[in-house]
Design a protein around this ligand. Structure first.
Ligand SMILES: Cc1cc2nc3c(=O)[nH]c(=O)nc-3n(C[C@H](O)[C@H](O)[C@H](O)COP(=O)(O)OP(=O)(O)OC[C@H]3O[C@@H](n4cnc5c(N)ncnc54)[C@H](O)[C@@H]3O)c2cc1C
Length: 515
């Protein structure tokens, strides 16, 4: 599109057009806002791929208190209970608002909301759309609403490469599109850039999700939190396709079980079995694979013949891979799926940097703790978007000059992926993390295409090395116990670089061994 940057100057800029970005822009209306995204609206976004649905306590046997208890239990001691309570209490109203915006959730013939069950939920509370295509329906409806809203200027095909800072506050965004570099001056930026799965070989995320928002915030000086916590989904379709296709937990919720090549149900002793928390199931699958077994999701008995009716999208891509889930087991393996960590934000989504907010997967609100409860992320994005928008609207925009900044190269995570995949997977250990830090530091300090992804990997590896216990999704083979006291971790760009620079002096033996 043609765009005159001067016309847009001064407006708040939302970067990223998944659920979080679109909802923030909509909630800001009628205040003028720029919604900037490197892909078309909703494309290259995890939001589009969401299957299971959104968690909200809508059932007659449910309440926000039950939802909160399940969220805190999954978060393994690391959730912020005040934030978690606010968000789950707001969830039912968020579903109503989405319906008003045109989202068609699945309903029973009697007209009540169909509620699915997912791992670690004590009640049926997963609202879904088109069976297992919840994300696609949300994106469809919200994209229509965004395009109909005159106060939102949509800028597609433009990538944010740097945040401009003046007097320790946001002054603008350096963007790159087909017509070159553009500086958009603004005192208010909302990052809604999604997760980090694209830093891993095995991931369910779009490959363009490699933590660009985290680098933008970190290089600008913002504090990040809990970066070591990456959720691995236990049941990604094991095949060559990237991103890996996800076999939603809802399939296990409907009765499918995990077996190996001998038909052995190897998780039957795990408390909660196949519906234990994601971290526990992912570790169980990872360890069974590491012993040389293959792992399958067996849906032949339940949902069996009903599979395609209940899970049409999953049945579709199983068929594409030459599999009929109603009659044969589906090969699966764990894949990087969701980042609990992110830009540290308060209850209104404000970061530590004046003029910078974050919403959606790129933010760390404290809701998910050490392990996200399934289907809580879309709910969090929608609920927080309203609070972020209110905070943006009530914040006065300072006048900004245009600070100069060099334009960095187009980021490419391919040199970083092997390092991150090896050191920051389902099970970590100190030697591999130290080796990863040593390999990532020079990449992060270079000014080339691997530099930004390396900064993200480095901050994650430093956080993972510093957490010397196992909790939720972070498992250290060399520290398998949980620390008595749960503490969130906080890191900045400078601290990560400083720690990495000093590491060889502190751990010369380990580095020499792993080099
Ligand atoms: C396969 C799959 C299934 C899932 N299922 C569920 C589910 O059932 N329920 C649930 O709650 N959660 C689910 N999740 C997680 C959930 O979908 C995500 O956490 C959520 O959609 C993230 O939304 P977001 O708006 O924060 O980010 P995204 O939807 O990933 O959007 C990020 C946006 O930022 C843009 N962007 C990134 N960097 C830049 C840049 N530098 N400049 C400009 N634009 C940029 C991208 O192009 C994109 O538009 C699932 C995730 C996956 C991958």
């Amino acid at each position: 599109m043609t765009m005159d940057a001067h016309d847009l100057s001064g407006r708040p800029i939302v970067i990223g057009a998944g659920i979080a970005g679109m909802m923030t822009a909509l909630a800001l209306a009628p205040e003028p806002v720029v919604l900037l995204t490197k892909a078309p609206l909703g494309a290259e976004a995890s939001s589009m791929l969401a299957q299971g649905g959104m968690a909200a306590s809508l059932g007659t046997d449910d309440s926000p208190a039950f939802h909160l208890a399940d969220t805190l239990a999954a978060g393994d001691g690391l959730c912020d209970p005040v934030t978690a309570k606010r968000i789950v209490e707001a969830a039912p109203a968020a579903i109503e608002m989405l319906e008003r915006l045109g989202v068609a959730f699945d309903r029973t013939p009697a007209g009540t909301m169909r509620l699915g069950l997912e791992a670690a939920h004590s009640r049926r509370r997963i609202v879904h759309a088109a069976g297992d295509a919840t994300g696609a329906e949300l994106v469809r409806a919200l994209a229509v609403a965004v395009r109909r809203t005159p106060s939102i200027t949509v800028v597609e095909g433009m990538e944010a490469r740097r945040l401009l800072i003046e007097d320790n506050a946001i002054a603008g965004v350096l963007t790159v599109g087909t017509s070159g570099n553009t500086v958009l001056l603004t005192g208010k930026v909302v990052l809604a850039t999604g997760g980090v799965g694209g830093l891993f070989h095995d991931t369910t995320n779009p490959l363009g999700s490699f933590g660009q928002g985290l680098v933008l915030a970190a290089r600008a000086g913002a504090v990040l939190s809990d970066l070591e916590f990456v959720q691995f989904h236990p049941t990604a379709l094991d095949g060559p396709t990237r991103p890996m296709r996800l076999i939603s937990e809802a399939v296990r919720g409907e009765g499918a079980v995990l077996i190996d090549e001998n038909g052995f149900r190897f998780l039957s002793d795990l408390p909660g079995g196949e519906l234990a928390t994601r971290d526990a199931v992912a570790r169980g699958v990872f360890r069974h694979l590491a012993k040389g077994h293959r792992v399958f999701l067996d849906a032949r008995e339940t949902p069996g013949a009903n599979f395609a009716a209940r899970f049409p999208a999953i049945a579709g891509f199983c068929h594409e891979a030459g599999l009929d889930p109603a009659s044969e087991p589906i090969p699966v393996r764990p894949a990087a799926h969701y980042h609990m960590g992110g830009i540290a934000v308060d209850e209104a989504g404000r970061s530590s940097l004046d003029g910078l907010w974050a919403c959606g997967e790129v933010a760390a609100t404290g809701l998910h703790g050490a392990n996200r409860l399934a289907s809580n992320s879309l709910t969090e994005a929608v609920v927080m978007a309203g609070w972020v928008a209110a905070s943006v609207a009530e914040t006065a925009a300072g006048g900004r000059r245009s600070p100069t900044v060099a334009s960095p190269r187009r980021p490419d995570p391919s040199s970083v992926r092997p390092i991150v995949s090896r050191a920051l997977g389902v099970e970590r250990n100190g030697d591999e993390l130290r080796a990863a830090i040593a390999a990532l530091l020079p990449l992060a300090l270079n000014q080339d295409a691997g530099s930004d992804p390396a900064v993200v990997g480095l901050m994650m590896a430093v956080s993972a090395l510093q957490r010397q216990d196992s909790r939720g999704a972070h498992y250290r083979a060399d520290f398998p116990q949980k620390a008595a006291v749960a503490r969130r971790s906080f890191i900045s760009f400078d601290k990560a670089i400083d720690f990495a620079r000093k590491l060889p002096d502190e751990f010369p033996m380990q580095l020499a061994r792993s080099a």
